[in-house]
Design a binder for this molecule. Structure first.
Ligand SMILES: Nc1nc2c(c(=O)[nH]1)N[C@H]1C(S)=C(S)[C@@H](COP(=O)(O)O)O[C@H]1N2
Ligand SMILES: [Mo]
Length: 331
């Protein structure tokens, strides 16, 4: 374990990771001794680097012929890319464990075949193989900043397609207000799902206006290759103006609905992780500040920016809802 001097602005990762909190709480409730054995670490980047192995093979992944996809130069991050070996070895994917080093266990996930259901308020429910769906879509590369609620950030060259293209394909009917997205449930492959106190499946959602925003992106690749399993293969969401937990991985179901989806993290801690979850340095998480973020892989900490710097594209979405700039939009 790395030991380093603590400076004023630093928070220990053990103090801010939600998993630590929940494991401690559940251990207290269920007497699960040792369940909270999450390493207390200092610099996130250096820890990730220390744990980094070579990126896993891309063989067996979905629609490999689509990568590298042509970069859409309209989406630049203004920051250096996070090194691939860091981004692919420091991951959050509770289905495979509550620490950040789940890349190996995630290789157990079978992603071929991968059936996707599209249902709810649509002209006609659709069931389609992920590879077939992805091949129908205009796949391109975009560089996005990514800001986790735990106050760390990455910059990733994602490949995929605009979520609005999937909405068009789905043909919503009757003017639904929300799009709900859900991850698989397979406790045989994903050991984390044997912990039955979590509200599986991992569920997230967007308002339809958010889903139609140009930034909402279905990710199917990263670093010029098909998406590795630990990053949410074969298809996951990226909403770069929101905290990272909104970016649901390994999606099997899209449902159009008038009911606001109850999300995984809302189910666990509604006072800490809200539905909107827009990045805002001025609204602290109940247990830590959101004023700054650590760029993983560098050990550097920089000021955070409202909507993660994407206000030009998304600020208008929130003018008229839930009190505009109220705390609720930023939890
Ligand atoms: N299904 C599922 N999706 C998920 C998560 C998860 O645990 N399960 N974690 C979320 C969180 S908190 C973050 S920060 C990002 C992490 O994405 P990355 O591992 O590609 O960096 O995935 C999000 N999507
Ligand atoms: Mo996160």
């Amino acid at each position: 374990m790395l030991i380093k001097r603590k400076r004023g602005w630093e928070i220990k990762e053990s103090e801010i990771t939600p998993e630590r909190y929940f494991l401690d709480r559940r251990s207290a409730i269920f007497g699960l001794a040792g369940a909270a054995a999450v390493a207390a670490t200092g610099g996130i980047g250096r820890t990730a680097l220390a744990q980094a192995k070579n990126a896993p093979q891309t063989s067996g992944l979905v629609a490999p012929e689509l990568y590298p996809a042509k970069r859409n130069e309209a989406y630049q991050a203004g920051r250096d890319l996070t090194e691939e070996k860091v981004a692919t070895s420091y991951n959050n994917f509770y289905e495979f464990g509550t620490n950040k080093y789940i890349a190996d266990s995630a290789q157990k996930l079978t992603i071929k075949p991968w059936r996707i259901q599209i249902d709810g308020m649509v002209e006609k429910p659709i069931e389609i193989e992920a590879e077939e769906l992805i091949r129908k879509m205009p796949v391109e590369e975009r560089i996005y900043r990514f800001r986790c609620v735990e106050a760390w950030a990455m910059t990733v060259p994602w490949s995929g397609f605009q979520l609005s293209e999937l909405v068009k394909f789905a043909k919503p009917a009757g003017d639904p207000k929300y799009l709900r997205m859900q991850t698989f449930v397979r406790s045989d492959e994903a050991r984390g799902q044997r912990q039955d106190w979590y509200p599986w499946p991992y569920t997230e959602g967007l308002s339809m206006a958010e889903a139609m925003n140009e930034l909402a992106f279905m990710v199917t690749g990263a670093y010029g290759k098909p998406l590795p399993k630990q990053m949410g293969a074969p298809i996951r969401l990226a909403t770069p103006w929101k905290y990272g937990f909104k970016s649901v991985k390994s999606i099997v179901r899209f449902s159009f609905t008038n009911e606001r989806p109850r999300t995984f993290w809302e189910g666990l801690a509604p006072d800490e992780y809200g539905f909107w979850a827009n990045v805002n340095p001025a609204v602290a998480h109940p247990r830590w500040s959101q004023a700054t973020e650590e760029i993983i892989g560098t050990g550097k900490r920089i000021p955070s920016v409202i909507y993660n710097g994407y206000g030009e594209q998304v600020a208008a979405l929130y003018k008229d809802i839930e009190g505009g700039s109220g705390r609720k939009l930023f939890m």
